[in-house]
Ligand binder design. Structure first.
Ligand code: 13P
Length: 323
């Protein structure tokens, strides 16, 4: 999963999110168009040079590409590892009405076994932490941490690599300093909860937010984001975890590449850090494609370019002139 110069593609947007993204570019938000959206990326020639694994949504597991081949077969042929999003989205936290809790533990064991039988080798669970007035609450972070830990333990029981994603949201007016403090507290709480379970840390991947100022604040320079991110991860993440990947969290595509490059330029993390982006890899291509067959080849060029840029950033060899 963490092969040099590769990362993960998060192609696991929920049906609701994928539909919203299609509507935003004027494409129909039907199952068929979600299938074409997945096809656009999965069948891009050369994707396997930059992507070691793809996180799929349950719907895609059963769909076929344009030639009628199951997407799962296409991925196996390209030597791309199959991942599956297994959380079932968020619900309002009954103890804190402005926060949410991620659900999906109830029937998780059966679902994990089903996905293993279909060829999945890793899984993802996303928890959402919101920064705001008196937020996040410690109670909410603890609940999310406990669920992430239970999920990780079950994944390993069935032979799947757990990717744990406690996402600290960018939305809001918080400073980069507040973002750093919340990420540290979140990750410390998550790894405390994991320590209470039977989890092999070396077989677990952390998918984290970068330390970044709120969306209503001015953007910080990549070097500032990188220093704060590395500082936060060094004090809150055990040295012996399997790896670290980043979500893009609504950053512009080039911004996400620059920040990843700056983080890897510091060379202080115990493991190299790479991308597990959805929007920062797909969004530019999606806009060009706009649901139209005649735009597929142009959109794939853009997608491949973003992959190349992020691949370089994952080994600190990116520079903006390459854009
Ligand atoms: P973004 O890169 O768009 O934040 O998505 C990553 C992801 O997997 C969210 O769960």
């Amino acid at each position: 999963m963490l092969a040099p110069k590769k990362g993960l593609l998060a192609a696991d947007e929920s049906i609701k999110s994928a539909s919203l993204r299609l509507t935003a570019v004027g494409a129909p938000s039907t199952e068929e168009y979600r299938r074409r959206y997945r096809e656009l990326f999965i069948n891009t020639d050369g994707i396997q040079n930059y992507v070691s694994g793809i996180i799929l949504h349950d719907e895609t597991m059963y769909q076929m590409d344009n030639s009628g081949r199951p997407f799962l077969e296409v991925l196996k042929e390209k030597n791309i590892l199959i991942g599956i999003k297994v959380d079932e989205g968020t619900q309002v936290d009954p103890d804190s009405e402005n926060e949410t809790v991620t659900e999906g533990l109830d029937d998780l064991e059966e679902r994990l076994q089903k996905y293993v039988a279909k060829g999945a080798v890793f899984a993802k669970w996303r928890a959402v932490i919101k920064i705001g007035e008196n937020l996040p609450s410690l109670g909410n972070i603890k609940k999310e941490a406990k669920n992430l830990a239970s999920y990780a333990e079950l994944c390993q029981k069935y032979g799947l690599v757990p990717v744990i994603e406690p996402e600290v949201l960018r939305e809001g007016n918080h400073t980069i300093t507040e973002s750093e403090a919340v990420l540290i507290q979140t990750l410390k709480t998550v790894f405390e909860a994991i320590a209470k379970k039977n989890v092999d840390l070396s077989g677990l991947i952390l998918k984290t937010s970068m330390v970044i100022a709120g969306s209503e604040q001015e953007k910080s320079a990549p070097e500032v984001v990188a220093k704060a991110t590395v500082r936060a991860l060094k004090i809150s993440v055990p040295q012996n975890i399997g790896g670290i990947v980043f979500l893009s969290g609504g950053q512009e595509s080039v911004e996400a590449t620059e920040n990843l490059n700056a983080i890897n330029s510091i060379k202080e993390l115990p493991r190299r850090a790479t991308y597990s982006y959805a929007r920062a890899l797909q969004e530019d291509a999606l806009k060009i494609w706009a649901g139209k067959e005649e735009n597929v080849s142009e959109a794939r060029k853009i997608f491949l370019h973003r992959l190349k840029m992020n691949s370089l950033a994952s080994v600190a060899e990116y520079s903006p002139e390459l854009e």
